[in-house]
Design a binder for this molecule. Sequence first.
Ligand SMILES: [Zn+2]
Length: 302
Amino acid sequence: MDVWTIGSSSAVPSRKRGLPANMINFKGERILFDCGEGAQRKIMQEKMGLMKIDRIFITHWHADHFSGLLGLIQTLEMEGREKPLYIYGPPRTGEFTERILDTGYFSRSYDIFTEDLVEGDVIVGEGYEVRPFEVEHSVNAFGFVFEEDSEVKADKERMEELGLGASPKIGDLKNGETVEIDGRTVRPEEVVKEVPGRKVVYSGDTAKCDNLVENAEDADLLIHEATCMHEMIEDRKGHTSALQAGEIADEADVDRLVLTHISRRYQGREDELVEEARKVFEASELAVDGESLEISPHRPEE
Ligand SMILES: [Zn+2]
């Protein structure tokens, strides 16, 4: 499982940063979060697998977060895509997508399905789920939780102690059943436990808010907007400073914070943003377009 930064600029692109887009590679599937202008070129340049994208999640319908959709949809058509594409986002996602598809003349070889989400919805994929949650911005906006399915695992050492090495009853224990082995009663909690899956949270655009802290709790990775330094935050309503992003990461007790949605005014001095976040959260770093972040598994892979 990798998380790629495709674009990490805010509002306008800069020489080194494209408009917002992030992609998760989960067991071969590509899941795109936001699709700013230039996203498809970056995905191609870095060979991230454009054709493998089946689901696109838009945090909100400000142009910098969706302006790459038209081109990407068109390219998939030119490449002869046949399988459907799913686009999810806040209320009016269906309406806005319709309008994009009604711009000029172009045909399509595949279906596009859209879904207007509300907080509480769960989009279930193969081995993972995505959950939208409301954030505080000037228009309807979501953050997204991507979470790998949890798994019930047997504690090998404990099993051997109990002489359960290759007992066919391990399956029953994993299913939550109490079993009888050599005259001894073994309860599932003695040998199996639920191991949570990996969790990645993306803020989209938002002011510092409690709902984000709650939803980001214990995440392996929080990708959070840090539009400006704290001294400017009063002028940037609906956004977060690097300091606040650090506070959120700290309060949510995440493992790692990546700052994104960087204003071009910080070109060449982005380190100041990282330093500010590190005052409150040490494991802070800056998003770099084209770089991938590997999220190691919580359990040994079989
Ligand atoms: Zn916005």
